[in-house]
Ligand binder design. Structure first.
Ligand code: GLU
Length: 453
């Protein structure tokens, strides 16, 4: 672990004391704090105005009971969260995660990351996150609908197109956003399109929003490779996960001439030396909502399935040029990083939020592997959400080509900002430092302008 600037170290102690047991939140704060020493040294006004203390304290945290009735007529109780972290740059913005592992600390780590990610996009959006420990997996369509309606029945009073605009995350896709939007519309008697993003195309959604996180991660990686005179052409790639982010990362890697030879889900890993067949993957995962073991079964002997394995193990026996962790937090640890480095990995970009452990990031940095943190690499999703809000505000809808072009420009802008800031602070190529400092200064300057609020 890196040492913290003395003024920041005592603040960090305070964060640990005031948020006990929230390990992921501690990890997310620590990573940002490790980058900020040189900024505090250069701009004492940030510390004098307690900007960092204020950034670590969410503006508002909402925790609520979500009761619903399952198909067997039993009452089920879950817990709902919305952490409205920071609104210095715009309405609170960030996804909602439905997964059994979700605790307040999970939502806080995600919301904290979201502040800097959203700032980095250059768009007018604040940072927030929400979620519940509800697991949509294995639930009937009607159960998911009843849960979403109950969740929104409490949350709607805290939302609004100028207040807080949720979207999807793990376990929340187009289907859930539909039920949430339907209930919001019913409760408020307003067709307020801009209150949620990730909507269906027929009712206010934006083209490219579905593809945006995966595409954006690949656009960012493309820019990083370019700094070393490289492209995706002929590269062997691993993409962990097989959900929305992974699916469209795979599609874009293939379009740029690379080959994704492995993907995964929470039960196991598929190794397909021919390159993942995206149509088959989407049939199994999106249409049938099945497991990827089914993918390997249908490919006959051509793809291997390893139950319970970790995807990064593929690097033990095959050359891996690029790794895109697109599943979940802390899925790539020090041992995995060592395997990838030994295999010759040149670039790692985080499609998920905080998928690499601090040790893995340190190892990549020491080995001079190009490394893009999630707040930069996966910002394409929330950026396209902001484009969806723009279309809603002007009652317009843009073509796929135009929207993808906008996304590509935003990702190039983020890459530029990170690279330029890293250089300015004497650490060229350090995208972690570049992303943290660049995101931080944009939020901090707005907070300074507003006075003590
Ligand atoms: N959940 C996504 C993220 O982590 C998207 C958020 C949004 O579109 O508001 O950035």
């Amino acid at each position: 672990m890196m040492n913290l600037h003395p003024r920041i170290a005592s603040l960090y102690e305070n964060v640990l004391r005031r948020n006990p047991g929230e390990l992921e939140f501690h990890q997310a704060v620590r990573e940002v704090f490790e980058s900020l020493g040189p900024v505090i040294a250069k701009h004492p006004e940030y510390a004098d105005s307690s900007i960092l203390e204020r950034l670590c304290e969410p503006e508002r945290q909402i925790i609520f009971r979500v009761p619903w009735i399952d198909d067997q007529n039993r009452v089920q109780i879950h817990r709902g969260f919305r952490v409205q972290f920071n609104s210095a740059l715009g309405p609170y913005k960030g996804g909602i995660r439905f997964h059994p592992s979700v605790l307040l600390g999970t939502v806080k780590f995600l919301g904290f990351e979201q502040i800097f990610k959203n700032a980095l996009t250059g768009l007018p959006i604040g940072g927030a996150k929400g979620g519940s420990d509800f697991d949509p997996k294995g639930k009937s369509q009607n159960e998911v609908m009843r849960f979403c309606q109950s969740f929104m029945t409490e949350l709607y009073r805290h939302l609004g197109e100028y207040t807080d605009v949720p979207a999807g995350d793990i376990g929340v896709g187009g289907r859930e956003i539909g039920y949430l939007f339907g209930q919001y519309k019913r409760l408020t008697n307003r067709y307020e399109s801009g209150v949620l993003t990730g909507k269906g195309i027929a009712w206010g959604g934006s083209l490219v929003r579905t593809e945006a996180t995966g595409y954006g991660t690949v656009f960012f990686t493309e820019q990083m490779l370019k700094t070393r005179g490289q492209t995706f052409e002929g590269k062997q790639v691993l993409v962990s996960g097989s959900g929305n982010v992974a699916t469209y990362a795979i599609q874009k890697v293939h379009a740029l001439g690379g080959s994704v030879i492995g993907c995964s889900d929470s039960s196991g890993v598929v190794y397909d030396p021919e390159g993942i067949d995206l149509e088959l993957l989407r049939q199994v995962k999106e249409v049938e909502r099945g497991r990827i073991s089914e993918y390997a079964r249908r490919k006959g002997g051509k793809a291997e399935y390893h139950s319970g394995a970790k995807i990064w193990k593929i690097a033990e026996s095959t050359r891996i040029d690029v790794a895109l962790p697109c599943a979940t937090q802390n899925e790539l640890n020090g041992d995995d990083a060592r395997l990838l480095i030994r295999s010759g990995v040149q670039a790692v970009a985080e499609g998920a939020n905080m998928p690499s452990t601090p040790e893995a990031i340190r190892l990549f940095s020491e080995a001079k592997v190009l490394f893009a943190p999630g707040k930069a690499a996966n910002a394409g999703g929330v950026s396209t959400s902001a484009l969806e809000m723009q279309q809603n505000a002007s009652r317009d809808s843009w073509s796929f080509e135009y929207t993808e072009q906008r996304l590509a420009e935003i990702m190039h802008g983020i890459h530029e900002r990170c690279a330029h800031t890293a250089e300015e602070y004497g650490r060229p190529g350090d995208y972690v430092l570049g992303a943290n400092i660049s995101g931080f200064t944009r939020v901090a300057d707005a907070m300074l302008a507003f006075g003590v609020i």
